[in-house]
Design a binder for this molecule. Sequence first.
Ligand code: C2E
Ligand code: CA
Ligand code: CA
Length: 535
Amino acid sequence: MSIDPRRLLGLAFASADLLVELQNGRVRLALGAAQKVMGQSEAGLTGKVWPHLFHADDQPLMDAMLNCADDGVRRGPVVLRLGGPGNRHVRVILRALPENDGRVSLAVTAAQSAGPPLTAGTLHPRESFDDIAKGLFEAARVTGLELELAMVEFAGLETMRGGLTPGEAAALDLRVASAVRAESHGGSAATQLSPDRFALLRTRDDRPDNMIKRLTRMVSAEARAHIVPLEAGGGSARALRALRYALDDFLREGLKDMPPMTLSEAMNRSVKRTLARAGALGVAVSQRRFNLAYQPVVSLATGQAHHHEVLVRFEDGGSPFALIRMAEEFDLIEELDHAIVEQAVKKLANDQDRKLKLAVNVSGRTIVNETFVDHIGRLLSKHDEAKGRLIFEVTETAAIDDLPRANRHIQSLRSLGSMVCLDDFGAGSSSFAYLQQLSLDIVKIDGRYVRELADNGRDGALVRRLVELCQDLKIRTVAEMVETVEVADIVRAAGVDFAQGWLYGKPADRPSPPLRPAPAIAAVARRAGASESWG
Ligand code: C2E
Ligand code: CA
Ligand code: CA
């Protein structure tokens, strides 16, 4: 059967706005919405050197895509920034048929940028790789896209780098980063694990061998890969999150061993260890095998405890931070948060003089769930004496993905008589969005802005601005990690209402009154200098 070429074109345009054919890197033919997609007409594009049409930082990526196109494998999609004004992006899929005398076909579509721009020769740092992976996993779940995680290692890359001049080493790193990006889905889902190891997410329709061959050729060092398939089928969002967690473990622990293990051994061990830990955590949560610690939060005006924060302690007694993260990844956090609130309410109910107030931490994952508010409503109707004495700190360890919904739940908690505090303000990138979209009683300024205030003559201008902002919004503020009198003085002068930290007491197994900090030597000296004011 012969097919009318126009029908073939129709089919091709179904998945692209613009079709381009290159020969030896130059545009031979451009068909379609060239002006709209590339900002130049079909005729204007013809004859141009294709990679030069892109932003200088993305040209090496385009070069890398073209460089190994001759194996006939479809490559991309990769999202690239165009050169020129307007910060425009396009999505490119590329294929060179073998025996095609250097001709490459491209399908090009206008696109949104997939994240923060990368400069030439760089890869996303671990944290943004995490975000990109999360986005891709979500997309994969919706579209049925089959992804795999590839851990890639170049044998002897570090040694090779050592023998080069700085200029040559930079050129090598540029080649490596571009080659790795070109293998990743979208062109940016890649990160560097160590000087010669990388992780990237790619689609499963191309055989890993092809990728290994291309990488070896591009980098001139033998590439090896360990592939972890990611099942995106129904109900496995949790499995994907578990895998991210294992990846985290791998990044933290997998590369420390001497002698180094192979990537496969290290990754397998991380997966095993993750599953074992998650199992143990699940048991600890369901059997309520944890204790609570209490740390005073004092009023800076009076030095008296305003309330105590409840902090969970598992069997090892240390910081629960890692286990809380794990509980979030494995969908155990809601049960844990419920269990902790139950115990806190019991503690309030047993408190004879009813002066105790307790703040419990609630994960961003829990607060978006209806069941949490229902649970609190039921608890408080059973223990009327706890009403008004239970405070919630919404923590940002897991990002809140639905702010309007979170806000509805926060307002329900407030209508039950509880104050709600936004925890760790300034620690994440979305703090200001949270402040804008959530109606709150208290904001807790993250410890990183507080702890070192007195060092390097920092005077707390940032904290002062934040307090002004909160005062405008009628929100009270807490400074956490106040460890010294100097810092306490600075935050008090900045107008902060409450403080928490080792200066007033470490987390302890029962709520105790705050310590009364002795004035610091510096503060004493300062005051002694103005001794007349002591009368
Ligand atoms: P967070 O809510 O910001 O809690 C404050 C952390 O800082 C606590 O660590 C506390 O022990 C520590 N800290 C308090 N004062 C000072 C100080 O002056 N200096 C220093 N260096 N540290 C201080 P912890 O108990 O390890 O908790 C870590 C995080 O784990 C918490 O951060 C919170 O995000 C999470 N978390 C703890 N307990 C719970 C819980 O019951 N439920 C949930 N969902 N998360 C919890
Ligand atoms: Ca907290
Ligand atoms: Ca904090």
